[in-house]
Design a protein around this ligand. Sequence first.
Ligand code: DC
Length: 237
Amino acid sequence: MTHKLFGPEQVVRPGKPLVIAIDGPSGSGKSSVSKEVALRLKLAYLDTGAMYRALTWYCLEHGIDLTDSAAVEQASEIMPLEISTAAATEYVAVNGTDITEEIRKPRISEAVSSVATTLGARTELIRRQRQLIDQHHRRMVVEGRDITTVVAPGAEVRMLLTASEEARLRRRGLQLGGTQSADQLAEQVTGRDAKDSTVVNFTQAADGVVILDSSDLDFEETVGAALTIVGKVIYGD
Ligand code: DC
């Protein structure tokens, strides 16, 4: 079984559910790999991290104290969020304001863990994530930290994309164009993961979750390995 089975025209399990849940830490290459898998398999795509980022933007915009968990939870319920579910289009808007670029800025990255560790807000975002999966007839690549375990534990394919700390720091550093010091980078990557892992365990694979270690793989190889895992899980060895 090789990933070559999945050519550009291949529709896998036509008409049947195919949720591919991909969890992993920052800098594991999760977003770019998940998008590419969705494109190749013609599946919808959901970046759940973008939803936590959008909620952070919304709270900051409305002067909500991020340590006030009741207020953050309420914000999660009323936020009018629009998020693209097509891998080829990145688009996030709140109440018609395009915040696609804004949510990637350092002020959001630095604050997002506060929001992501607010359990009431998680409950609401998880509800919205499940709704989006259902709206796409359960044919979607969904990436985040708790997709394999909480959001979609019944997904047809569940994988944990990992990479060594060194590889993750290197990739994030390249992504940011060398504009950050080593300390800033380490705080962003490992510091944030440490905070986030207080509420979600995304460093160990749950039962039935396949580990894909991308430390020594380039992008193409990682996509190939992910497709191979999909093939094995769907069609058997
Ligand atoms: O993947 P990312 O950096 O865009 O995620 C943003 C934040 O949201 C990060 O602090 C982890 C958190 N997150 C989460 O707790 N659960 C998810 N399913 C996705 C992201």
